[in-house]
Design a binder for this molecule. Structure first.
Ligand code: IPE
Ligand code: IPE
Ligand code: MG
Length: 239
């Protein structure tokens, strides 16, 4: 992460709902899993664009707690593709100074995949150029439930509970709240993504399906974000 004062017009944290892989594949007469593969191939270029713009935090929504309800063939395909992604990309991400984080739970994930994820997190833990958080087996409500459970388990008195304490027990602890949420494929919903953290986030959507989303689209989103006025409930933006 750069030690320079952050540019207030530049988001510090961009989070992307990578949506539309299935429709991208259907449009081409391919199985949905082919769309997930193409979508995963697309990640490299967006990470690079983010690092080049000096945006220090990028979160990608890869698999939700609700996505387990998809056909088992698709779920198995997604697990396999993620496993391949880790094998193929970890060293390169490490070389680029990317610190990998995982948001969500590894409960219910196969032992082999869990070990792979833990290894990738460990290898990249000291990198500081860009934090890349992968929301995998992630649901905003499930994350809030585990945070509340952790707080209660510590025997904290009700009057001691603060917003900061809740934030500190979420998967996103020690990351700034996302400034900008990008959703591809034209859907206009949050789908249980970062429901606490997006309280004051800006939204940007595009009808483009995720496998076709390019660095140019990403830069357009950042450019439009930089024109917006964020007020956080005030009359004018905070100084
Ligand atoms: C996003 O693409 C990837 C995941 C949810 C895993 P989709 O698979 O949701 O694609 P569409 O929305 O069906 O086109
Ligand atoms: C959100 O997309 C989850 C991911 C992108 C991983 P979905 O495609 O699962 O969301 P819904 O079902 O359209 O709301
Ligand atoms: Mg979808």
């Amino acid at each position: 992460m750069s030690t320079a004062t952050p540019d207030p017009k530049l988001p510090q944290h961009v989070a992307i709902i990578m949506d539309g892989n299935g429709r991208w594949a259907q449009q081409r007469g391919l199985p949905r899993v082919a769309g997930h593969r193409a979508g995963t191939e697309n990640i490299r270029g967006i990470v690079k664009a983010c690092a080049e713009l000096n945006i220090p935090y990028l979160t990608l929504f890869a698999f939700s707690t609700e996505n387990w309800q998809r056909p088992s063939l698709e779920v198995e395909g997604l697990m396999f593709i993620l496993s391949e992604f880790i094998d193929r990309e970890t060293q390169e991400l490490h070389r680029q100074g990317v610190h990998l984080r995982h948001l969500g739970s590894l409960i219910g994930v196969s032992d082999a995949l869990r070990r792979k994820i833990e290894h990738a997190l460990d290898v990249t833990r000291d990198n500081r150029r860009l934090t890349l958080a992968i929301a995998f087996n992630y649901g905003g409500r499930a994350d809030l439930v585990q945070a509340v459970q952790a707080i209660v388990a510590q025997g904290i008195a009700p009057e001691q509970i603060t917003e900061q304490m809740i934030a500190d027990h979420l998967s996103t602890a020690h990351m700034p709240d996302p400034d900008l949420i990008i959703r591809t494929s034209g859907e206009m919903r949050i789908s249980n993504f970062l429901i606490w953290e997006t309280a004051y986030a800006e939204y940007w959507t595009t009808p483009t399906y995720w496998p076709d989303f390019t660095a140019d689209h990403f830069e357009q989103a950042i450019q439009e974000y930089s024109q917006r006025e964020r007020r956080f409930g005030r009359v004018s933006p905070p100084a």
